[in-house]
Design a protein around this ligand. Structure first.
Ligand code: ADP
Length: 319
């Protein structure tokens, strides 16, 4: 392989920059030309390519977001759009592609690998941590720490006023970030899309907590389960306690990547280049039990659900 390309795609995650830096520098170290594709699949379709040098990724290890920028380009699920993009890609002379992104990006990557005869390697970068084949995705640790820090602060106010707080965290269709936040903060309740919930039961549990002497209640809501607004309205109709809501929103995504995410990103970015040059294709690099592993880009979604159910069980036993 002489010339490869790398892109970031889907929702941005802290740690995408360190992953990109590791990919670029590892490729150069291996004597391979490396090009960045700007704006994810949109830039791929338009030929928005830029040659990367070791210097082009200087000073980004500690920066959130992605210098290549990212984009959602739903048109890429259409065959004719991909066929046109294939021509653009082949004309640029790339022998392989590394995609730093989430599950949706890997579906696009799987199509490229299968239809264009181009080896594709995925690097899991999403705050959602919902990708089977890796214990952690890049950006999750940073986002989780931001959410935990925010909820710890909210708890001070909740306790002072004896209030119920409903806090909505991100995670798209996955409850992993929410349940992990609940676990770390000792939240009274966690609502996730992977498990049914009942507002009567939730309010009963909360009232019992107050009767035992609790000074507050924190309810973490995964954005994929319901909105904080709906949960707050439902709870308000069932209690006389004061209920407030906070939507953490986009403050969870950005900011400096944590030390953990910098190491994870560097390991996986390096491994992606190494494995691509070794002949691997159609796979994602991940970290399982501290070992770099390969998993097909096309995955069993059930595993992500099981991981959330396990965390939920842990939360129930320890709250
Ligand atoms: P993430 O990668 O973070 O899960 P998205 O789900 O938004 O983010 O996916 C990112 C991009 O990947 C989409 O905007 C689209 O360009 C591409 N993509 C998603 N699903 C498919 C699919 N089934 N086929 C081809 N491309 C897809």
């Amino acid at each position: 392989m002489k010339r490869i390309a790398v892109m970031t795609s889907g929702g941005d995650a802290a740690g995408m920059n360190p992953a990109l830096r590791a990919v670029v520098r590892s490729a150069i170290d291996a004597g391979v030309e490396i090009f960045g594709i700007r704006r994810g699949f949109a830039g791929l379709c338009e030929g928005d390519f830029v040659e990367m040098s070791a210097h082009s990724v200087s000073g980004i290890l500690q920066r959130g977001g992605t210098i290549l920028r990212t984009f959602r380009h739903p048109q890429f699920d259409r065959r004719e759009v991909r066929d046109a993009a294939a021509e653009v890609f082949h004309r640029a002379g790339f022998d392989g592609l590394i995609i730093i992104g989430g599950d949706g990006s890997f579906r696009g990557g799987h199509c490229i690998d299968a239809e264009w005869n181009v080896p594709v390697i995925g690097v899991p970068g999403t705050i959602d941590n919902d990708i089977p084949g890796t214990d952690y995705s890049i950006g999750y640790d940073t986002a989780l720490n931001i959410a935990v820090d925010a909820v710890d602060k909210i708890r001070d106010t909740a306790t002072s006023h004896g209030r119920i707080f409903v806090v909505e965290v991100m995670g798209r269709n996955s409850g992993m970030l929410a349940v992990a936040t609940g676990l770390c903060c000792g939240a009274e309740e966690v609502l996730v899309p992977e498990a049914p919930f009942d507002y009567d039961e939730i309010v009963r549990d909360i009232e019992q907590g107050y009767n035992r002497g609790k000074q507050h209640a924190i309810i973490i809501v995964a954005e994929g389960a319901t909105s904080a607004h709906t949960a707050t309205e439902q709870i308000r109709t069932r209690t006389t306690k004061e209920v407030r809501m906070v939507v953490l929103g986009h403050i969870q995504r950005g900011g400096d990547p944590s030390a953990f995410d910098r190491i994870l990103a560097t390991r996986l970015g390096h491994a992606a280049v190494e494995r691509l040059l070794d002949g691997a294709r159609g796979v994602m690099v991940g970290l399982k039990a501290n070992e770099v592993t390969l998993t097909p880009l096309k995955k069993d979604r059930n595993k992500a659900r099981q991981a959330v159910e396990y965390m939920l069980g842990l939360h129930h036993c320890t709250r």
